[in-house]
Design a protein around this ligand. Structure first.
Ligand code: ADP
Ligand code: ZN
Length: 593
C-alpha cells in the first residue's frame, strides 16, 4: 500500500502533518533520519507508518515503560500489530512474544534502552529481520540536553553489534544545534536526513501571569470539565498544592518521585482515563504521556530552562484544538531558580535559566521570543499570547537601578536582597543599625517604595544582568552594572503594580465545545459520554477510541452512513468497522430526540 493509503486506512487521516511525509519517505528509502518535531507534532506516526510498509520488525526505543502500554493499546485500536517488552513482562509473555517474532507476526516492538545490553536480547534481534530502529526522545542521549539518560548511550553500540544494519530513525521535540549534532554522533546516524519542523504551536496560547496571589490566579484558571496539568518545582510544593486543592473541593491527583510506585500509577491512570481531570505534579510527570486533550498546562513556579518549559507546556493541546500554556510568575521565582541551578554542575545552566527569566519578563510577543530561542523567526507578533493580547506597560527605572547599585557598593559586601531592600527603604530594624547601614548616604533613598516594588526592581536587575547572585544568594555587581551606573545603559522594567489578569471567566463552556453551536455541543457531549462508556468497557483511555478533534467533527457532520463515518478525520478502516454502527446509532437517536 502507498503511504498515503496506509495513513487513511489505519489512522483515518487524509493528510500528513508538516514533515511527516518527508520522514516516512526517507526511512522507506533506507536513509537514516533525525526528525525534530514539536511536542504534539505527530512523531509516532513517522516511524509507525514505515514499520507497516517495511518487511520485518521495527524496534522502538523509548525511555519510559509507563507509556509503552498506552502506545501499544493505541496501535491495536488502529489494527496494527505491536507489542512491548519491559521488566514487568512475565516469562510467559516473553515466550509468546518470541514466538510472534519468529513467525513475523509483529510490526513494532517497544523496549526501554536498558534492554539493549542484555546479551539474550541482542541474540534475539539477530534472529529476526530488523528493518528499522526508531529512537524516541532522542535528546536523552546527549549530555547537553536537559534530560540525559546514561542508558541511551547503549543504543549506538547495540546498532553496531547487529549483523545487518537497519535504518535508524531518531526523534526529539527539543534540540538546539549542538544537541542535534550530538544525537547524530552518539547514535551513529549515517548521513541522516534532517527534518526540522517549526516549533510553533499556533493553537497554544502562551500566557505569563504575574498575579498578586498565585493561588487565586490558579483557581480562576481551573475548570472541572477540562484536563489540566499543574506543575510545581518541588515535591513539597506539589503536596501543598494538592492538599489545598482538595480542601477547596477540587477533584485532583498528584504525581512526584517521592510517592510509591502504586500511588504514582494510580494518579496517572486516573488522569489518563478521565476519572480526574486535574493533576499536580513535578516535572517527573508527563514524559511519554500522550494524552492529546490536555487543555491547560499551568506552571506554578518558573522552571529553570526554556527547553523544559516548552516541552512541559507543549503537553497542552496536542489534538490541535485551542489550549493554553500558563506560567504563574513572581519575581521571587528568580531567586529560587538561581538557587536550584546553583547546585548544578552544568556550566550552561546559568545561560539557560537566563533565557527562561527573559521569557517570563518579556513584554513583547512571547511566541516570537520563544521561537527565536529555538532559532526560528516569526515575522509578525502572534496575537495569541499574553504579550500580544494584554498591553504591558514598561517604564524606565534606571534611576532606581543606580540607587540599588550604589547602595550595594557602599555596603561593601554581597548582602542578600532583603537586607539591601531594608537599607534602601530606610528600615529601622536592628540588623540594619548593627551594621551601621543607617548612616550610609544611600539609606532610605527608596523610602517611598513598598518592599515589593524594591524587590521587584532588584529582581528585574538580576534578570537583565545588572546584578548577579553568588552561591549564598548575595547580590553582586556585574560588568553591566558599571554601564548602568554611568548612564550608558538603561534599565527598563515592566510597569507594575500588577494588573488583575483575566477577568474571572464564567466557567461554563469548555474551550473545545465552544467551537460548536449550542445544539451541536449537546451532541458532542453525548458522543463524549458514549466514548467514555466504550473506553471503560475496553479498559483503554477514552482518547484512544477517538480524540476530541474527531468527536467534534462527528458532532458537526453527523454522519449517518458507514461511508460518511469513514470520511471523518481520525476514523480509519479498523475503527470504522468497530465503531461506526454504535456511533451512528447514537447520532440518529439524538437527531430524532
Ligand atoms: P508527538 O509524539 O510528536 O508529541 P504524537 O505522535 O503523540 O505527537 O501525535 C500527536 C497527535 O496528533 C496524536 O493524537 C496523533 O494521532 C495526531 N496526529 C498525528 N499525525 C496526524 C495527521 N497526519 N493528521 C491528524 N492527526 C495526526
Ligand atoms: Zn504574541
Amino acid at each position: 500500500m502507498a503511504t498515503q493509503d496506509l495513513l487513511a486506512y489505519h489512522y483515518g487521516y487524509s493528510q500528513f502533518r508538516p514533515g511527516q511525509e518527508e520522514i516516512v519517505e526517507a526511512i522507506l528509502d533506507g536513509r537514516d533520519v533525525l526528525g525534530v518535531l514539536p511536542t504534539g507534532g505527530g512523531k509516532s506516526l513517522c516511524y509507525q507508518l514505515p514499520a507497516l510498509a517495511l518487511e520485518g520488525l521495527t524496534l522502538v526505543i523509548s525511555p519510559l515503560i509507563s507509556l509503552m502500554k498506552d502506545q501499544v493499546d493505541s496501535l491495536h485500536e488502529h489494527g496494527i500489530r505491536a507489542a512491548y517488552l519491559n521488566s514487568a513482562s512475565s516469562w510467559e509473555e516473553v515466550q509468546c512474544l518470541r514466538q510472534a517474532l519468529g513467525q513475523g507476526d509483529l510490526d513494532l516492538l517497544y523496549v526501554a534502552p536498558e534492554r539493549l545490553k542484555h546479551p539474550a536480547f541482542i541474540d534475539w534481534m539477530r534472529e529476526v529481520k530488523l528493518s528499522q530502529v526508531a529512537v524516541d526522545e532522542a535528546h536523552c542521549v546527549s549530555q547537553w540536553g536537559h534530560d540525559f539518560r546514561a542508558s541511551y548511550r547503549e543504543i549506538g553500540g547495540f546498532i553496531e553489534a547487529l549483523d545487518q544494519r537497519p535504518v535508524v530513525s531518531a526523534f526529539t521535540a527539543t534540540a538546539t544545534a549542538y544537541v542535534r549534532q550530538d544525537i547524530i554522533q552518539q547514535l551513529g546516524l549515517e548521513d541522516p536526513r534532517l527534518v526540522v519542523n517549526s516549533f510553533d504551536r499556533p493553537n497554544l496560547k502562551l500566557r505569563v501571569l504575574e498575579p498578586q496571589s498565585k493561588w487565586e490566579a490558579l483557581r480562576q484558571e481551573l475548570h472541572p470539565e477540562e484536563a489540566m496539568i499543574i506543575y510545581a518545582n518541588t515535591r513539597k510544593q506539589v503536596d501543598q498544592l494538592y492538599d489545598r486543592l482538595r480542601q477547596a473541593k477540587f477533584k485532583v491527583v498528584r504525581y512526584h518521585a517521592g510517592l510509591s510506585a502504586e500511588e504514582r500509577e494510580a494518579g496517572q491512570n486516573a488522569f489518563i482515563y478521565e476519572e480526574v481531570n486535574l493533576i499536580v505534579a513535578t516535572n517527573a510527570f508527563g514524559m511519554g504521556i500522550d494524552k492529546p486533550d490536555v487543555r491547560k498546562v499551568i506552571h506554578y513556579n518558573m522552571p529553570t530552562d526554556l527547553e523544559s518549559y516548552y516541552q512541559e507546556a507543549g503537553r497542552a493541546g496536542r489534538d490541535g484544538l485551542p489550549a493554553e500554556a500558563i506560567l504563574l510568575y513572581h519575581a521571587k521565582d528568580i531567586v529560587a531558580a538561581k538557587f536550584l541551578i546553583g547546585q548544578s554542575q552544568d556550566p550552561s545552566s546559568e545561560r539557560r535559566l537566563q533565557a527562561m527569566i527573559n521569557y517570563a519578563d518579556y513584554a513583547g510577543c512571547l511566541r516570537q521570543y520563544l521561537l527565536s530561542y529555538f532559532g526560528e523567526n516569526l515575522a509578525e507578533p502572534c496575537q495569541n499570547c499574553s504579550g500580544c493580547l494584554e498591553d504591558i506597560d514598561v517604564r524606565d527605572a534606571s534611576r532606581e537601578g543606580q540607587m540599588v547599585l550604589s547602595c550595594l557598593v557602599r555596603m561593601r559586601w554581597a548582602y542578600g536582597m532583603s537586607m539591601v531592600c531594608d537599607v534602601l527603604r530606610g528600615s529601622k530594624a536592628q540588623k540594619v543599625r548593627d551594621k551601621g547601614f543607617d548612616s550610609l548616604s544611600t539609606y532610605g533613598l527608596l523610602a517611598d517604595y513598598s518592599e515589593k516594588e524594591v524587590k521587584d526592581i532588584i529582581s528585574q536587575m538580576l534578570s537583565q544582568g545588572y546584578l548577579s547572585l553568588n552561591q549564598y544568594k548575595g547580590l553582586e555587581l556585574t560588568p553591566a552594572s558599571k554601564a548602568l551606573l554611568k548612564g550608558d545603559k538603561q534599565l527598563t522594567i515592566k510597569a507594575r503594580p500588577y494588573k488583575a489578569h483575566s477577568q474571572a471567566k464564567s466557567a461554563q463552556k469548555t474551550a473545545v465545545a465552544s467551537q460548536l453551536s449550542e445544539r451541536d455541543e449537546e451532541l458532542f457531549e453525548a458522543l463524549r459520554e458514549l466514548r467514555y462508556e466504550l473506553a471503560g468497557d475496553e479498559g483503554v483511555p477514552a482518547y484512544i477510541i477517538f480524540n476530541n478533534q474527531t468527536l467534534l467533527e462527528m458532532a458537526e457532520e453527523k454522519p449517518q452512513t458507514y461511508d460518511d463515518f469513514l470520511d471523518i478525520s481520525g476514523v480509519g478502516q479498523v475503527k470504522a468497522s468497530k465503531y461506526a454502527d454504535i456511533f451512528i446509532e447514537r447520532i440518529e437517536e439524538w437527531l430524532e430526540g
